[in-house]
Every structure is written in C-alpha cells, then in structure tokens.
Design a protein around this ligand. Structure first.
Ligand SMILES: *[C@@H]1O[C@H](CO)[C@@H](O)[C@H](O)[C@H]1NC(C)=O
Ligand SMILES: *[C@@H]1O[C@H](CO)[C@@H](O)[C@H](O)[C@H]1NC(C)=O
Ligand SMILES: *[C@@H]1O[C@H](CO)[C@@H](O)[C@H](O)[C@H]1NC(C)=O
Length: 441
C-alpha cells in the first residue's frame, strides 16, 4: 500500500525529518525577528513615507554645527582622540536598548542629555529622526521617521528624540528587549510651561495672545477664562493645547472615554519606568537601578529652563482652571505617580533616600567643578552652549569655568550642552554628515 509504504518511510527517517523541521523553524524565527527589528528598507518606500510636518514647526532654525566648534572663542566639541582619553571611559558593557519618550516641557531635555552622554561613551547606535531632531512632531510616530541604521550597526540602542508616541510603530524600530521610559510632570506646571514656550506655535495659544493684547491680563489668563473659544481640535498643532502629556503619549487628548482608560492601561504594561519631575532625583535612582548605572553617570544640570520673568505666577483659581481643562493629564499624572511610589517602595525607601543623598553630592561636585555661572542669559553665551530660544520665552544656560583641564572640559561641556547642539554633534558622529533640515513645502 502506498500509504503504508510512505508512513514506514517517514518512520525510518523520522530523525532527519525532525531535524529539518527544527532547522526550518529556527531559520524562520531568525528571519522574522530580523524583519521585526529592521522593517524598513525592505518593503517601504522611504521617499514617499518620509513626509515631514513642517508647518509652524519650531525646527526651522539655522542648523546647529556643534561638531565644527560653534563660534567665537568657545571651546570646540570634538570626539575623544583615543578611547583612553575619554574622561569617563570604561570597559564597554551591555546597556540594554533604551527608548525614552521625551514629552513637551516635562524636563525631558535633562534626561536626554544623560542618555546622550551614556550613549556617546558606549558608542551606541542612536535612532535619530530622518529630519532634524524631532520625529515629525506633532504627527504620530511612524517607523519610517527614523533614519537608516548606519553601516556596521545591527540594531538601534537608544532612542530619545521628541515624538508623539505610537507604541506599535516604536516597537517595530527598537529591539525586543528595549527598556521603555518616560518622564511626567505636574500637569499644572507642564501646561503653564507648554503655554509659555509654544505661545507662537500652538494656534489656540496665539489667538489668546492676540485677544490678551487689548487686556491688562496675561495671555494664559485670557486663555483659561474661555479655552473652548480658542481651541480648534482639528488643527494638528493644537494637540498641545489640551492635555499635552496625554497627547505626547499618543492617547486621545480630547476627553475621557473607555478607550482612553484601556490605552492607558496598555501603556502602563509597556513602560518599565515613568519618572516624575517633582521627584527627579528619586526617579534617577530608579533609572540607575534599571539600567545598572553608576551615580556619576547620572550627574546633570537642568537644561532648557526659562527665565523667571517668563514663568507666570499662578493663582489658586488659575491652577484649578488648568486642572479642569487638562483633566486627562491630571488622571494620567495621578495614575503614574501612584505607580512610581509603588516602584519606590519595592526598591526600598531607606535605600532610595540614601542613594538620593549620594546623587545630590555627586551633582553638587560636578556643579562646583564645572560651572562658573548658572542661569546665564543667551546673549552672554557662545554659539556652542547657547540653548535654542523659543519666540515667547528666554531660555537660560550655563557658563563653564575658564580654568578646566582638557578632560574636565570634555565632561563639563557635555553636561551643559543644549539639546540641538548635542543632537547634531552625535548625528554627525554617527553618519558623517549634517542632520537634514525639513524640506520646504
Ligand atoms: C474615545 O474618543 C476618541 C477620540 O474622540 C475616539 O477616537 C474613540 O473612538 C472613543 N472611544 C470610545 C469607546 O468611545
Ligand atoms: C508670586 O506669588 C507669590 C505668592 O503666591 C509671591 O510671594 C511672589 O512675589 C509672586 N511673584 C511674582 C513674580 O509675582
Ligand atoms: C579654578 O578657578 C576657581 C575660581 O575661579 C578656583 O576655585 C579653582 O580652584 C580653580 N581650579 C583649578 C584647578 O585651578
């Protein structure tokens, strides 16, 4: 019988059969995981997909040229000439891949700077935007917004540029073992800061600013008296005008419904750590634990801070109005604040307090060693360390001591290096060319 002969045949060769099946499956898994990690270049036409969003974008700036050293008598930023020369050079170790969702005005530039320094030291591959330093914000993130893997790299190790999150798309870009991080801030302060920084960029705020010109009240005050009258939800840049943190997390930012709650629960599953700006040092200690860092690697100065004259002093009534206009962000913050303290409890509160004290001593040491002045006006800073200025707020910087040794100079410069300069420098290091600017429409 043919069937019997066949089954006998199969039985005799069952070992070979099993082996072939196993090898095929293994190859398929390998191929699929490669495809998952590097989906682009295979089936997507980048030229068509990479449509930048450039209307109102605060990315229309002179491209920074940190790698050429900026202007004036400012020190040059140069890569260490040999590895041992790097101030904090150490044996290469295995940092897990990291994706940091950098939100608008929650203090993310400071965390990004820490990740930039860490990544530079470890020579990681950054997932940089194809255009400029943001992933076509405020469009929802897409895998195609990421620039190609540089020659010789097999995966992206760190992604920390500004985006509006789409978790599914982000997971297509980053390896499977990526640690997902973000940083939230009290919604009242976040909104006040977003309003001040993006007054000329977010149409709803600009309208309020115009209306306020004929009043003696501040633009924020006028906006909060009747936010609905300035807010056209169909306008993409108005995403930041209400619940900006929910918007950046890719959630619906218009109003609560059951999908908002479901989406939030899903995000909670994906993020290993959501830090909290109000407990920044505690957050960094939890980050240190998660990524197995040293305290020295967490040294920071606050970047992208506004001049005090641009910070609106909020009355209790204005705070209440901000909370009610941004009620989803209030829910979001309360939810993740609880989750944060649960993580802290698990870490151990005494241990946390000890480590925070250690971190503060390290930070203080760096400030004493590196800085001669803090809160320096942009006109007094050289090109290399002058932060990018918003149209509506003055952003302050730092002045370095004049008597630093070369290795100190390298460490200290990176500590105060503003986002755009560091971003363009690392981009140049990775690709050997300048960041692309957003093409004219
Ligand atoms: C919740 O609101 C968003 C935005 O308006 C909408 O896209 C979504 O379908 C809504 N979900 C439910 C369950 O109503
Ligand atoms: C802000 O308000 C506080 C009281 O709440 C007051 O002491 C302070 O002087 C105010 N600052 C400015 C710049 O108006
Ligand atoms: C650098 O100058 C500061 C004062 O401007 C001084 O306190 C410090 O000791 C000097 N450092 C060195 C290494 O000379």
């Amino acid at each position: 019988m043919t069937v019997r002969r066949w089954s006998g045949h199969l039985w005799r060769h069952r070992g070979t059969f099993l082996l072939v099946t196993l090898v095929t499956t293994l190859l398929l898994i390998l191929w699929a995981s490669q495809l998952l990690q590097h989906p682009r270049g295979r089936h997507i036409a980048p030229a068509v997909e990479r449509i930048p969003y450039s209307k109102h974008v605060p990315t229309i700036i002179a491209p920074p040229t940190a790698h050429r050293g900026g202007g004036g008598q400012m020190p040059k930023l140069r890569p260490p000439r040999n590895p041992s020369e790097h101030p904090a050079r150490r044996k290469r170790r295995h940092l897990p891949p990291v994706a940091f969702l950098k939100m608008s005005k929650t203090g993310g530039s400071t965390v990004q700077n820490i990740l930039f320094r860490l990544g530079e030291r470890e020579s990681v591959t950054f997932a940089f935007p194809y255009y400029t330093y943001q992933f076509s914000y405020p469009r929802r993130f897409r895998a195609e917004f990421v620039d190609d893997l540089p020659a010789g790299s097999t995966q992206y190790d760190i992604l920390c540029s500004h985006m509006r999150l789409d978790m599914g798309q982000l997971r297509q870009v980053m390896p499977l073992n990526t640690v997902y991080l973000s940083l939230l801030r009290d919604p009242v302060h976040t909104f006040e800061s977003v309003f001040s920084y993006y007054m000329s960029t977010v149409p709803a705020f600009t309208l309020a600013q115009r209306a306020a010109a004929s009043h003696s009240k501040s633009a924020l005050h006028v906006f909060l008296e009747a936010p609905e009258s300035f807010w056209d939800p169909a306008e993409p840049w108005n995403g930041l005008a209400r619940n900006p943190m929910s918007f950046d997390l890719g959630l619906n930012n218009w109003g609560w419904n059951s999908s908002w709650a479901e989406d939030l629960a899903r995000l909670d599953q994906k993020f290993q750590l959501i830090m909290v700006a109000e407990h920044f040092d505690e957050s960094l200690v939890l980050l240190k634990d998660l990524l197995q860092l040293d305290l020295e690697e967490l040294a920071y100065v606050r970047l992208n801070t506004r001049s005090a004259k641009d910070v609106v002093n909020l009355s209790e009534e204005m705070r209440a109005r901000i909370r009610s206009w941004n009620s989803l962000d209030v829910l979001l913050y309360d939810f993740f604040l609880r989750a944060f303290w649960e993580k802290a409890e698990r870490y151990g509160m005494n241990r946390l307090r000890r480590e925070v004290a250690g971190l503060r001593a390290v930070v203080e040491g760096f400030r004493r060693r590196c800085l001669s002045r803090e809160g320096v006006l942009p006109v007094e800073l050289g090109d290399l360390i002058r932060p990018w200025q918003s149209d509506s707020a003055t952003i302050l910087g730092y002045e370095l001591r004049g008597n630093l040794t070369d290795p100190e100079q390298e460490t200290c410069l990176r500590l105060v290096l503003p986002e755009l300069q560091y971003h363009s420098y690392l981009y140049f290091q990775q690709y050997g060319r300048d960041m692309r600017s957003v093409p004219e429409e």
